[in-house]
Design a protein around this ligand. Structure first.
Ligand code: SAH
Length: 245
């Protein structure tokens, strides 16, 4: 074990992404770190099979969150990671997808930095791109759209202080909403309000990249009725690229 200036035992934290679901969409680097880890601090993962790769005796700490429903507040998650880093050589903080895409990886990094704990970020394949891709929807396509944006749907109904700048979404960017499925009706309503046609293409993809994947394609007007009962996790893709499926 390494020691710090105060001669305390200290490990290193790897903030890594498990990918979107299919275990083969995890990076080789994440897999190696999971195999070597003394502790794995993990979220609700699209594929818990990944944890079977850990070595015997590895400690598992679940700090999962389900959409906006945090089982532990972020501050406590930060502290759990920190405390484990004081005790163990190799701490893996495992998140779904990529740690920086609505994964709060940055906040955890800052917390560790302030406490002089060594850490490293390991990118993961984000569901924002991979889930539409497995469903046959490209987030960009030559001649169809030149850009895409990834948005949290979480703020969509904070009535007066929605952080989503809806007026900016009048462009024909592909829009991928994460954490927005439970607000699907509000999101489609807003997009129609800012002037998108009612028959504008939209898809909802549930449990993407897993054997249970379900994709429902529709229009802003009818998608809610068609897709509302799908199981989570689910994401929403809006734009002409949906027609390429
Ligand atoms: N850091 C993650 C995203 C965290 S936000 C990443 O990079 O993928 C969690 C949201 O991601 C969910 O609410 C859902 O909208 C989306 N999501 C994650 N995995 C998914 C999957 N397998 N299928 C569909 N949506 C998924």
């Amino acid at each position: 074990r390494r020691t710090n200036k105060r001669d305390e035992l200290m490990g290193k934290v790897y903030l890594t992404g498990a990918g979107p679901g299919d275990i083969e969409l995890m990076t080789l680097k994440s897999l190696r770190l999971i195999k070597e880890a003394d502790v794995i601090v993990y979220d609700r993962l699209a594929n818990p099979e990944i944890l079977k790769e850990a070595k015997d005796g590895c400690k598992f700490v679940y700090v999962g969150k389900e959409d906006s429903h945090h089982i532990l507040p972020q501050e406590e998650i930060n502290e759990v990671i920190y405390q484990n880093a004081l005790k163990y050589d190799s701490v893996v903080r495992l998140k779904g997808g990529d740690p920086f895409v609505f994964g709060r990886g940055g906040e955890e990094g800052i917390y560790l930095k302030e406490r002089s704990i060594k850490f490293e970020f390991i990118p993961g394949i984000t569901s924002a791109i991979a889930v539409p891709e497995y469903a046959g929807i490209p987030v960009t396509h030559r001649g169809v759209t030149v850009s895409f944006r990834v948005v949290t749907g979480h703020e969509a109904t904070n009535k007066n202080k929605s952080q989503i700048p809806w007026e900016n979404y009048k462009t024909d960017d592909t829009i991928v909403f994460l954490m927005g499925f439970h607000r699907l009706d509000k999101i489609t309503q807003k997009l129609i309000e800012i002037g998108k046609p009612k028959d504008h293409p939209i898809a909802v993809i549930s449990q993407g990249t897993t054997p249970n994947e379900k994709t429902v394609v529709g229009t802003l007007e009818n998608i809610y009725e068609k897709a509302k009962d799908l199981p989570t996790p689910a994401l929403i893709v809006v734009g002409e690229v949906v027609r390429l499926r």
